[in-house]
Design a protein. Structure first.
Length: 375
């Protein structure tokens, strides 16, 4: 009886590998827990206009979203004419592009495989999975930050990176909070301007006071829905989270967490991946982030960039052109030097950007602060 065989070259085998790598990569990302469908109160929305099977047919490499401005002004009262004084709808647009990201790994020839006691192809796939995850995360992080910064938290892009395929855009002044109280500037930040619980209170107030009214007023921030609760999310790097946690006293971080846990028990975010909750803000830790080394009057104060995110702070879009069954990552194997070397490679077509209308950020406040360096 003939035996069913799945050869190494079988396209279904590669499809399964591609699906697993894509799934594992996205699953391990920090921002994966904040990505949701367009129209949902998620921090990062996924635009599907460029995907195969969408209502747009999956054609093109650009997504444009329109924002209709809030109506603002006094009503027409008795004795005054309405004709000629009607509101005029005002629109602003956000355009995001997608493009190719590719790389590969040469796992050597058959002779290399015989010299070691482990599977080089398997190792190559595992490392490609790690690379895709980190690269994707870094592109999204830098897009939200509007900068590359310095340091090696961003591992795969040089300090000359300016954004691809969407140019990095700096935060506007209305959506920038600098220092402990939010009143410092890049030039006036001092080493003691670290985030604490008071900073979180002020950030919440700043978010709440964005009342809308384009083109010259910050659009109202909408909270994110997490576990059935409306919250803003403060995503910060480990050093910044340490400073917040080190805020001591009766109203200190751990006292606040103890009171929260006593009140709602295991429903507390401290048991659900978040670092903790304070005054309606979920404080969360992200390992990938943007740092600077030129703040302060002497341009020598290190600073870290955090993000207070509401709904639709950023967006991602994928293209599936040439990718079977709509997979986010296309992976394949090839040979070189007359089939001597074996090469594993991937291709992703995607783009990431922060949402911005009329040169003003939408759905996030950028938070720059000094921090206590890791020992």
């Amino acid at each position: 009886m003939a035996r069913t065989q799945i050869l190494p070259s079988d396209p279904n085998k590669r499809k399964a590998w591609a699906a697993k790598v894509a799934q594992d990569s996205i699953k391990e990302m920090y921002f994966a827990r904040h990505i949701g469908e367009e129209g949902t109160p998620s921090a990062i929305i996924r635009k599907v206009d460029t995907e195969k099977g969408s209502t747009q047919g999956g054609n093109g490499d650009e997504v444009t979203t329109a924002l209709v401005a809030k109506l603002r002004g006094a009503p027409i009262t008795e004795g005054k004419k309405l004709a000629g004084n009607e509101f005029r709808l005002q629109h602003a647009s956000h355009t995001m592009r997608i493009n190719e990201f590719r790389h590969g790994v040469n796992v050597g020839a058959r002779i290399e495989q015989t010299r070691v006691g482990f599977n080089l192809k398997k190792q190559g796939r595992e490392r490609l999975t790690d690379y895709i995850k980190e690269m994707y995360e870094e592109v999204l992080t830098m897009a939200l930050a509007g900068a590359r910064g310095v340091g090696d938290e961003i591992q795969h892009f040089g300090t000359d990176y300016t954004g691809y395929p969407n140019a990095l855009r700096a935060p506007d002044s209305a959506h920038l909070f600098t220092g402990t109280a939010g009143t410092a500037t890049k030039a006036t930040l001092v080493a003691g301007d670290k985030l604490n619980l008071s900073s979180i209170n002020k950030l919440r107030t700043k978010a709440k006071k964005m009342l809308g009214g384009q083109p010259n007023k910050a659009v109202k921030m909408t909270p994110i829905m997490k576990n059935g609760k409306k919250v803003f999310v403060l995503a910060c790097m480990p050093e910044v989270l340490q400073d917040i946690r080190d805020d001591v006293g009766a109203q200190g971080w751990f006292e606040a967490q103890k009171a929260l846990t006593t009140a709602i028990g295991k429903e507390s975010e401290i048991f659900k991946g978040g670092a903790g909750m304070f005054n309606g803000i979920l404080v969360d830790e992200m390992e990938t982030g943007v740092k600077f080394n030129d703040y302060g009057v002497g341009a020598n104060i290190p600073a870290a960039r955090s993000h207070l995110m509401g709904a639709n702070a950023g967006a991602v879009a994928h293209g599936t052109k040439g990718m079977a069954d709509g997979l986010e990552v296309a992976l394949d194997e090839d040979t070189a030097d007359r089939k001597h070397d074996h090469i594993l490679f991937f291709e992703m077509i995607f783009g990431a950007d922060k949402c911005q209308y009329n040169d003003m950020d939408y759905g996030q406040i950028t938070v720059d602060s000094a921090f206590t360096a890791a020992v």
